[in-house]
Design a binder for this molecule. Sequence first.
Ligand SMILES: Nc1ncnc2c1ncn2[C@@H]1O[C@H](COP(=O)(O)OP(=O)(O)OP(=O)(O)O)[C@@H](O)[C@H]1O
Length: 734
Amino acid sequence: MPAPRSCTPLLQQDRLGNGDCTNQERLANGVCKKRDRPANGDCKNQDRLANGDCKNQLLARRQFILQHRKSLPIASVEKRLVEEVRNNDTLIIVGETGSGKTTQLPQFLYNAGFCYDEKVIGITQPRRVAAVTVAKRVAEECNVKLGEKVGYSIRFDDMTSNSTRIKYMTDGLLLREALLDPFLSRYSIVIVDEAHERTVHTDVLLGLLKKVQLARSKQHNIIKENANYRENSRSLSQGAKYTSLKLIIMSASLDAKCFSEYFGGAKAVHVQGRQYPVDVLYTYQPEPDYLDATLITIFQIHLEEGSGDILAFLTGQEEIESVERLVHERIRQLPERNQNLLTVPIYASLPSEQQMNAFKPAPSGFRKVILATNIAETSVTIPGIKYVIDPGLVKARSYNPVTGTESLIIIPVSKAQALQRSGRAGREGAGKCFRLYPENEFHKLIDSTVPEIKRCNLANVVLQLKTLGIDDIIGFDFMEKPSRMAIVKSLEQLFLLGALSDDYKLSNPVGHQMARLPLDPMYSKALILAVEFKCLEEMLIVVAMLSVESIFYFPREKMEEARTARKSFSSPEGDHITLVKVYRTSAECLEKSKITNGKEKSIEKKLNKWCRENYINYRSLRHARDIHSQIEGHIQQMGFSLSSCGDDMQQFRRCLTASFFLNAGMKQPDGSYRALASGQTVQVHPSSVLFRTKADCIIFNELVRTNQNYVRNVTRIDPLWLPELAPQYYAAHS
Ligand SMILES: Nc1ncnc2c1ncn2[C@@H]1O[C@H](COP(=O)(O)OP(=O)(O)OP(=O)(O)O)[C@@H](O)[C@H]1O
């Protein structure tokens, strides 16, 4: 392997202009001082707390945080912002990345008395990792234990208590809360942060909050009027419950006008200024291989720039893992003095405690490079990051309502996303962002991301809205309406899955059960049906394993060994049963090591070793185990009992057919398949165990579009099962 090239040609906007990025004088300028600062969390140990040194460190840390808060741009407009919130029921706040919106505004509002009558200020984030890390930071700033005054709540992890008044959460979680408390009566204020991301949850939440806000102010007015006539204490206390709901929409890169219009001309305010500058650099030419360009830039920074950690944005787990391997290979070729570079991955399907590794400081003398998907794009502050590498791409969902197929495709980021990414540098000092595309390409990017609601299957959204009692989906006040065709398709799908009655109402128990499970409707249906087919144990494993990215991995240099290892798990019936085998064999390995050595760490080590030997992705498997136990909890709450079909895997395949019948394919004379629901021609993906042995009829879980249409996670079925087990679809379509 050749040593890394010294420099990808980069042109610094504004300041440098000449594109020379090897000039040591310039590079020395922004040396990060972060390691001089008191380290976070240094004083956990109680013994050391008693020690005066540590107390001093804590005091210094508090002082430092206080100073830091005062220096944030938002600090100078605290009074004005509080006044604006008092005077407006809905407010839109736009302020630069790092100006202090997410961490400071909730504290301003708490101090201004908005948590009267034990009300809560709720702040939603599109991503779990942001909700958790920001809550931790704000708890530290408030000098309280996390879960007391300041807490967070995300799916399967609730760190709040009765005393929590500032609550960070995912937007999906607030939607689920609305199912139990349609007036969101615990909240005095809801802040929808990073609204520019326009995730499907954000968009549904905005529509719902608009309704709740209206309903709450109506209730409030009625109760106030009643209370004027009779000093009735009961109606007064109800009045407290139904005080009007304040709504704040926030982002650094928001089209304030369109949000304002949606909220009936709501006022928009701008918070000026940012704390530290970020220099943005571009390449001279488009980069033909963005992964290679990322690698080169990582080493260019490592070898030529001053201290400070690196955050590189990639599109998914597989990419992150392959870049991670390449970085390790190249580190080994460097002189020993330069080998002080660590990699830390972070992506959505990584277990939470492993995600948190990205937030831990690198050991002294080391530089860390965080390889991240867009989960690290907004809201988060990763201490130590001074350099951001942005290849300008993102993996996004795309949906074709005509064929009913959803796929993940790699597309250029929007300007808003590019801005957010560069905003991850310059949070503790001046930073640099290396955009791996020419500057003119930046100007061609779309301003903001196309809302997810316009490019995804809406079955989940529709089921959620129906559960909230919203029956007229087409008439629902979406900020941007999804296409009528997409709505109709999802209503049809839910009807075929048995969630809706023939007048499209959520009037049967299956629909309610499906809505209770936090899964895609087809997966929920598979679990519910598995009770009948007596294969819930197997289906639960499959659902958990399919919820993570790539269980198997095939390193380029050891492809043959990896293939041989996979063969030992392969089932001739297909990928689903293969996944069951992997899960069960790994569970046996765990059991064995529990018996021989009960210590948690060494058990995990054994599992890790077993995974390496079998070319199984350890991180994915751990995540699948987590998901398995979380869904098992739901299933138990719903009163289902786990039953296994034992060796009768036909039962299991029949159950798959009964639930995933919309994803069936029939072999064509040329060896390709015809997807029966959409009529598209598809190929079995090379990663499937059925890639070579072609079955006549298959069920698949996923359709991926690259240079052609591939189906992944495939199982062989008997074509006669389709009309037998899904007559509602196949009898009608035959
Ligand atoms: N976990 C943390 N550790 C260290 N510093 C932090 C942390 N969280 C926030 N900060 C500091 O507080 C500043 C303000 O962060 P905050 O998230 O409130 O900004 P913001 O305006 O919401 O930015 P964005 O739009 O990027 O979310 C950061 O630039 C950083 O200096």
